[in-house]
Design a protein around this ligand. Structure first.
Ligand code: CU
Length: 541
């Protein structure tokens, strides 16, 4: 990792950025021509052999809200059993899944700001797991560090050695034998406590096991988590049945309905990584929303609050809402990854990288009753252009509103507040003789300190990418200061926890490292990149 250095553009910083670009041209992965094309996505697409349904036939499922097992005292307690099951995703076929509580997506947890939640996760899956609440301001012991594993019954106890880490080689191979003396493993179950001392927003929980996060999420280990507070409730935004969470994820299916994924070791026990065509990311050819293929949702001709999450491993979207007569409805963005914007921003289309969230209000009042409003992905082709549709079933009264001022509690960090600046290059490289994805030239090593920050310090991080890399910081939200050396784009507004770097692009972000001391992470949220090394330690001291 580069040494921290004082603020201001030094000669060394300029050379550091230049060096990153210099290396791009030698990897062969991101030549000048590739960068000029700005490929819409990064990864290889699997092809389903299952019979796929036509679009807009399957009803949109709404994930069940989990009931607490107790609400006594100062916290709400929940239980989730991680277990294998099957579900009907494609009509007439059963799909084996790994689930939180028997469904994909897992059950939604509804939390109130400032009221702690404890979730006891029971691992009945055949492999170790770790649960991370993405976007959570979470104490380190509950943050789901990738070696803080919950071991299933019968898994050999080896607290200081990563299971299956030894003897990997070749393309997409693992990180070689490594140990993590700080790992805190548990057997069968673990309590995760979330203080919810944070701005209200849509979070998501997902598996974060070392080396195997991507296939575990692909098999179904993802669920929604919503933090609310009184101030947001009082805004008069569309609510109740007109507030709809939408978890978008692509998958691919074999003829018998099973998920397909190009793991080198399909048991996910020994050897991490994917086969060569997919090392840049795994894309599916079926778009699921809340676990259903190209679903349709019948609703009122009124304003709706759509709470979008891109839970795909590697697929990027650029979303539009189109009426049957070819109009694009306004996407009024009211919130980012980390909660409400200061004021709404109207978009015609919105890009969405893996793990990003958008909080939108869309008004269906102008769509004729009986017509469809389609949500389409401008970056898709063929069937991956379709995402889902709303069928406008009935006229309706609408007393919702979009206040011109949404919140005043956004952090107000300025460049001059930063006590240091750090540079990180996210790019392809060699790892254990195979293909890897590196931060600052190095693959992830849980035992190596990468970034150490005193609690309360404000820093600017300068990030640069070769191909698409959605960069995510645990613990903190940040603001985007610049993108490609220019002011941020309209969709960069608000408090973020994931910034989508486009091919060849740099960005500057600013954050204050407050909350909790301990061991956290930052990483690429292309899940395949993450599994193949693109992760680093962030220690708050
Ligand atoms: Cu990446």
């Amino acid at each position: 990792m580069p040494e921290p250095h004082s603020n201001g553009l030094t000669r060394r910083q300029v050379l550091g950025i230049g060096g990153a670009f210099g290396l791009l041209t030698t990897t062969g992965l991101a030549t000048a021509a590739t960068l000029a094309r700005r490929p819409a996505t990064t990864g290889g697409q699997l092809r389903s052999t299952a019979q796929l349904p036509p679009p807009y036939q399957v009803p949109l499922p709404l994930p069940a809200v989990l009931k607490p097992v107790s609400t006594d005292g100062a916290a709400d307690r929940y239980e989730i059993v991680q277990r294998e099951t099957t579900a009907e995703i494609l009509p007439g076929l059963r799909t084996p899944l790994w689930t939180y509580g028997g469904s994909f997506p897992g059950p939604t947890i509804e939390a109130r700001r400032g009221r702690p939640v404890t979730v006891t996760h029971h691992n009945e899956l055949p492999v170790p797991t770790a649960v991370h609440l993405h976007g959570g301001r979470t104490p380190a012991e509950s943050d789901g560090y990738p070696t803080d594993l919950v071991l299933p019954a019968g898994w050999p106890q080896a607290p200081h050695t990563m299971p299956g880490m030894a003897g990997t080689d070749g393309h997409g191979g693992g990180m070689g034998a490594m140990t993590d003396p700080r790992a805190v493993t548990t057997r069968l179950k673990r309590d995760y406590t979330f203080p919810n001392d944070q701005r209200p927003t849509l979070l998501w929980y997902h598996d974060h096991r070392m080396d195997f996060t991507a296939p575990a999420i692909w098999r179904g280990l993802a669920g929604l988590y919503i933090v609310r507070d009184d101030a947001e409730d009082a805004l008069g935004l569309p609510a109740g049945p007109r507030e709809i969470p939408l978890m978008i994820a692509d998958r691919a299916f074999t003829a018998d309905g099973a998920l397909t994924y190009p793991s080198l070791d399909p048991t996910l026990r020994e050897r991490p990584g994917v086969t060569e065509p997919y090392v840049a990311g795994v894309l599916g050819d079926v778009i699921l929303v809340n676990g259903a293929p190209w679903p349709v949702h019948e609703t009122d001709a009124a304003r709706h609050r759509l709470r979008l999450l891109n839970a795909s491993n590697a697929r990027h979207y650029e979303l539009e809402a189109r009426t049957e007569d070819g109009r694009r409805l306004d996407l009024v963005r009211i919130g980012a990854d980390q909660g409400l914007l200061a004021a709404p921003v109207t978009h015609q289309s919105l890009p969405m990288a893996p793990a990003e969230r958008h909080d939108l209000v869309v008004d269906f009042a102008s769509a004729p009753v009986g017509s469809l409003v389609r949500i389409v992905n401008r970056l898709g082709s063929g069937r991956t252009r379709d995402v889902m549709a709303f069928r406008i079933a009935r006229p309706a009264t609408d007393d919702s509103r979009i206040p011109p001022a949404l919140t005043t509690d956004l952090p107000d960090w300025h460049r001059e507040d930063a006590v240091r600046t750090r540079d990180f290059a996210f790019r392809a490289g060699r790892m254990n003789g195979g293909h890897g994805w590196l931060i600052g030239g190095r693959p992830f090593d849980p035992a190596r300190p990468d970034v150490t920050v005193p609690l309360g310090d404000t820093e600017i991080w300068r990030l640069i990418a070769d191909v698409h890399h959605p960069v995510h910081l645990h613990l903190v939200g940040f603001r985007i200061l610049t993108r490609g050396g220019k002011p941020p784009l309209p969709h960069d507004a608000g408090l973020k926890d994931t910034v989508s770097l486009r091919p060849g692009e740099s960005a500057e972000i600013i954050t204050r490292f407050d909350g909790y001391r301990g061991r956290y992470l930052f990483h690429c949220h292309n899940a395949e990149h993450e599994d193949m090394g693109m992760m680093a330690n962030l220690e708050v001291v």
